[in-house]
Design a protein around this ligand. Sequence first.
Ligand code: XMP
Ligand code: MG
Length: 183
Amino acid sequence: MDSSDLPGDLAKMLVSEEQIRARLAEMARQIEADYEGKDLLLVGVLKGAVMVMADLARELKRHIDMDWMAVSSYGTSTQSSGVVRILKDLDTEIAGRNVLIVEDIIDSGLTLSWLLENFASRGPASVEVCALLRKPDAAKVHIDVKYAGFEIPNDFVVGYGLDYAEKYRNLRGVGVLAPHVYE
Ligand code: XMP
Ligand code: MG
């Protein structure tokens, strides 16, 4: 599916399936080098990170463990508030582990900032962040993102796991939602 399958819903495509594949491969090589000889637990943040997790994990030529966390940040449908609630906690103890949080997008950074504090209190050996997308102009808190895929403008985007009202997650690329859809 690409933007032509959803006439009118997307204002434009931002990142193509091919660009995502190529960038995830580069990021995987970096991760392999940085964690050589170390254990690695990938933690995906549901539901948006499902596609990134699936493609990044299969790109990694090494053993990994995988776990998932689901959080909800109270706020409007297109803006996060920073007040976070755990909907599904990790199945795994992360004390002493090298954790890599896998995220679809860092927007305000509020959700991740809360998650990083939460994880730090569990005594992991290390915690780093891998995010496919980042909106520098939307940042409300600074987040150290060790592996960042693409910097994108401050528009609401959908596709490749990202939704609007649970739709568009199955788009193969990432695009800007046309304002008339949510205004
Ligand atoms: P924050 O603002 O806390 O973002 O960094 C928290 C979560 O909100 C989702 N998010 C988006 N979802 N299009 C989406 O479909 C967007 O442009 C967008 N910005 C944020 C996403 O799940 C992120 O982890
Ligand atoms: Mg998310």
